[in-house]
Design a protein around this ligand. Structure first.
Ligand code: SAM
Ligand code: SF4
Length: 354
């Protein structure tokens, strides 16, 4: 089948074989058609609403040493911070009541200060504000995921980072791919919505492994998938790596939309960091979520996973207005519900070429 035929097949059946994904990822001749098809599938299954999730980066302290990440424990050139429970809950309240967010996302390094009891206290505090709550705090035990769910958490984000196990083990010392995979099962078993994703452009990552990544998202029945380019950080062992491109990240994201048509897909901050219009492009190539950073500026500058990240975020209110304008300028609107994953039957969408 030609590339165009493969895109049409994916738009109708929401299925592609590994070899077909590899063909599409390898050929850049039809990228605009691929993005249009993903955009059409997004509109058909999840509509024109863009869900905004308020991101609170509450601690940059991490026990792990991932080669790609500026928060890795061996990085001495970073000021470490940790917000306390009251600060986190107060900020979440402001985001919910004053800014109108319907979802709060709490993200951090793997900071062992936040025991399961401390996290449950924070979850209880935030759930008073009638919001959905997402956690992105790393690898935990099955019992811990269950405790978060029982305390009121709704979703958990844990990127698999790559499905290439050897690559994962080269980049994440002391961690195992199998454990990360098991964590995703435990998250689902706890009844939390399951979010995962990968970085695109990791050193020695292959097109074949990106195809496997997309099939993996289907295999785990993901509710949300975040895809972003890998951006090298100067204070990490990967400082001289080439990094990922916006184009390839958008392609992996668009194919993910075609194969998992009804899930939530964010236009990631890493995409915006690579290109000033990266998120708008992503919203027009399959994405339906944005996670604006509401962390206090004094902390935000130190949550530097990769260079340039904090520059994509100006003062909270200012940033939100820019975002509103951006969303309406491409004919979209801000969704007013909590944006849970609603599973939908495969349906026939109007042809994206019409
Ligand atoms: N510590 C938790 C974890 O690892 O799951 C959550 C926070 S972690 C900083 C969130 C995500 O940032 C990671 O899953 C990874 O995909 C992404 N990330 C880290 N370093 C990056 C880099 N240099 N470029 C792009 N994304 C990066
Ligand atoms: Fe820690 Fe997450 Fe960064 Fe790895 S990616 S060093 S676990 S914050």
């Amino acid at each position: 089948m030609s590339t165009l035929e493969l895109i049409a097949k994916a738009a109708v059946s929401h299925n592609l074989a590994r070899s077909e994904l590899i063909t599409l990822l390898s050929d850049n001749g039809c990228n605009e058609t691929l993005f249009a098809a993903a955009d059409n599938t997004r509109r058909c299954y999840v509509g024109d609403g863009v869900h905004l999730r308020a991101l609170i980066e509450f601690s940059n302290i991490c026990r792990n040493n991932c080669f790609y990440c500026g928060l890795r424990r061996s990085n001495q050139n970073i000021s470490r911070y940790r917000m306390d429970a009251d600060e986190i809950i107060t900020l979440a309240k402001y985001a919910a009541h004053n800014m109108g967010f319907k979802t709060i996302v709490l993200q951090s390094g793997e900071d062992m200060f936040f025991t399961v009891d401390k996290m449950c206290e924070i979850i209880h505090g935030i759930k008073q504000f009638d919001v959905a709550l997402t956690l992105s705090i790393g690898e935990k035990t099955a019992a811990e995921y269950q405790a978060y769910k029982d305390a009121g958490a709704d979703r958990f984000l844990l990127r698999i980072e790559t499905t290439d196990r050897d690559l994962y083990h080269r980049l994440d010392p002391d961690m195992t791919w199998q454990n990360r995979r098991q964590c995703l099962t435990n998250i689902a078993n706890a009844g939390l919505e399951i979010g995962s994703g990968v970085m695109v452009g990791l050193p020695e990552q292959t097109i074949e492994s990106l195809a496997d990544d997309i099939l993996f998202f289907k295999e785990i029945n993901a509710d949300m998938i975040g895809i972003g380019p890998f951006i090298p950080h100067p204070d990490t062992p990967l400082k001289s790596a080439a990094g990922g491109s916006l184009e390839m990240s958008l392609k992996v994201m668009a194919l993910t939309r075609l194969l998992l048509p009804d899930i939530n897909i964010p236009a990631t901050t890493a995409m915006e960091t690579l290109a000033p219009n990266g998120q708008a492009k992503a919203l027009q190539a399959g994405a339906n979520v944005i996670m604006p950073n509401v962390t206090f500026t004094q902390y935000r500058q130190h949550y530097e996973l990769y260079p340039g990240k904090s520059k994509t975020n100006c003062a909270i209110d200012e940033n939100l207005q820019v975002l509103r304008n951006k969303i309406s300028s491409i004919g979209r609107y801000i969704a007013v519900d909590k944006g849970f994953h609603k599973k939908r039957q495969v349906k026939t969408c109007p042809n994206f070429c019409d």
